[in-house]
Write a protein that binds this ligand. Structure first.
Ligand SMILES: Cc1cc2nc3c(=O)[nH]c(=O)nc-3n(C[C@H](O)[C@H](O)[C@H](O)COP(=O)(O)OP(=O)(O)OC[C@H]3O[C@@H](n4cnc5c(N)ncnc54)[C@H](O)[C@@H]3O)c2cc1C
Length: 368
């Protein structure tokens, strides 16, 4: 069977749903094709749910720009649409004197990125705000928050559906071909069909490269490599010892084992970082002792036996071990030469924060 649609969005994670909403609001006819039986079951359900301020990212990068714009848009959107969220604040801690230059680097980079509200905290001041935290100094980011990511996705989907968009679950895109008159997608599942689309947005997350490779006509040299890096989360039993999110000074490729408090008051530690060679969410309980050691650097009161295995998430990376941290890649026709196609690659953190701003960027690329 063959059908036609103006626009297909591949992937119903937070980015695909935000894109579908934006395109539907612009009056486009949209279908979201999702391989799983529910939306948002991959990276969008396996993250820290933090609304990042935009502190860390390199000057002029898409991550910096879209995080700051996306954060502002997200707070507005959540307030207007009743999506559960909280501007809880975050403190980045230097665990010892050797990490103080790291804090200063963040303060400077944040200013360049347009995040002008960071406050330097002495160990004393920080001790009054977070008595359980031990450190040499800290940086308070008042505009960092937390959000119910499922609620956000549900709301974006609702907005899109109210403008006529539809979500097709269990509808995996298995291949496609790009031609002069659009892109034909082969959609699997019980109601397999060929879908002729004027425009396609590839928001398949961890599988975005595989989807692009399966569409004939996309130049292979424009498709970045796919790498995966798993992160584990442990939960803390008992009452929350912190009021804010606590982050140590980051390593090069991840933000370190940090503290997140979710909207239900549950404290989580993580994610850690390990390269893996396939998408496999299994929890490796052998990581416990490394977690205790990393957390006790700033939370010495952590009791033996207080950590419980939580869940894992996998970062959709486009650069491998030893390579510099890549930016988001948002490719329109100018980059790959296929009219009506946008590919989204490497949408790792801060992709949740940036989702509404990514959606604006995709809309503008297609409008151009
Ligand atoms: C450990 C971790 C912590 C993070 N923490 C934060 C944070 O605190 N704050 C923040 O801003 N960001 C964070 N992020 C980043 C954020 O979670 C992601 O950027 C975001 O969820 C990506 O959404 P997505 O829609 O691109 O991908 P996904 O949520 O993975 O959605 C992609 C969808 O595409 C579908 N799909 C795949 N292949 C096909 C196909 N062939 N046909 C149809 N459908 C297909 C999948 O089933 C999936 O539903 C974190 C990421 C990780 C890994």
């Amino acid at each position: 069977m063959a059908e036609s649609i103006e626009c297909a969005v591949i992937g119903a994670g937070v980015v695909g749903l935000a894109v579908a909403r934006r395109l539907a609001l612009a009056g486009r006819e949209v279908v979201v094709l999702e391989a799983e039986k529910a939306f948002g079951t991959h990276t969008s359900a396996r993250n820290s749910e933090v609304i990042h301020a935009g502190i860390y990212y390199p000057t002029g990068s898409l991550k910096a720009r879209l995080c700051v714009a996306g954060r502002k848009a997200l707070y507005r959107y959540c307030a207007d649409h009743g999506v559960n969220h909280k501007r809880i604040g975050k403190i980045i801690v230097a665990c010892d004197e050797s990490e103080l230059p790291g804090l200063e680097k963040y303060r400077r980079q944040a200013g360049i990125n347009g995040v002008g509200d960071l406050q330097v905290l002495t160990a004393d001041a920080l001790g009054k705000m977070e008595p359980e935290v031990r450190c040499a100094a800290g940086l308070l980011s008042p505009s960092t928050g937390i959000v119910d990511s499922h609620g956000l996705m549900l709301s974006c989907l609702g907005d899109a559906e109210a403008r006529g968009a539809s979500l097709a679950l269990a509808s995996e895109v298995v291949s496609g071909r790009a031609g002069n008159d659009g892109i034909a997608l082969e959609v699997g599942g019980a109601d397999a069909l060929t879908l002729n689309c004027k425009t396609v947005v590839n928001a398949a997350g961890l599988r975005a490269q595989a989807v692009a490779r399966s569409i004939a006509g996309i130049p292979p040299q424009t498709i970045p490599p796919a790498w995966y890096a798993i992160g584990h989360y442990y939960t803390l039993s008992g009452t929350a010892p912190f009021r804010r999110l606590i982050y140590p000074v980051a390593r090069q490729d991840w933000l370190g084992v940090h503290v997140t408090v979710d909207l239900g008051g549950q404290v989580k530690f993580g994610p850690d970082f390990a390269w893996i060679d396939r998408i496999d969410y299994r929890f490796d309980t052998g990581r416990e002792s490394a977690f205790y050691a990393a957390i006790r650097r700033y939370y010495p009161g952590l009791k033996d036996g207080a950590l419980q295995p939580g869940y894992t998430g996998i970062r959709p990376k486009i650069a491998g071990p030893g390579e510099p941290m890549p930016d988001f890649v948002i490719q329109g026709p100018r980059e790959h030469g296929v009219a009506g196609l946008v590919n989204l690659y490497g949408i790792e953190s801060p992709g949740l924060t940036a989702s509404l701003a990514i959606a604006d960027t995709v809309h503008d690329l297609l409008a151009a």
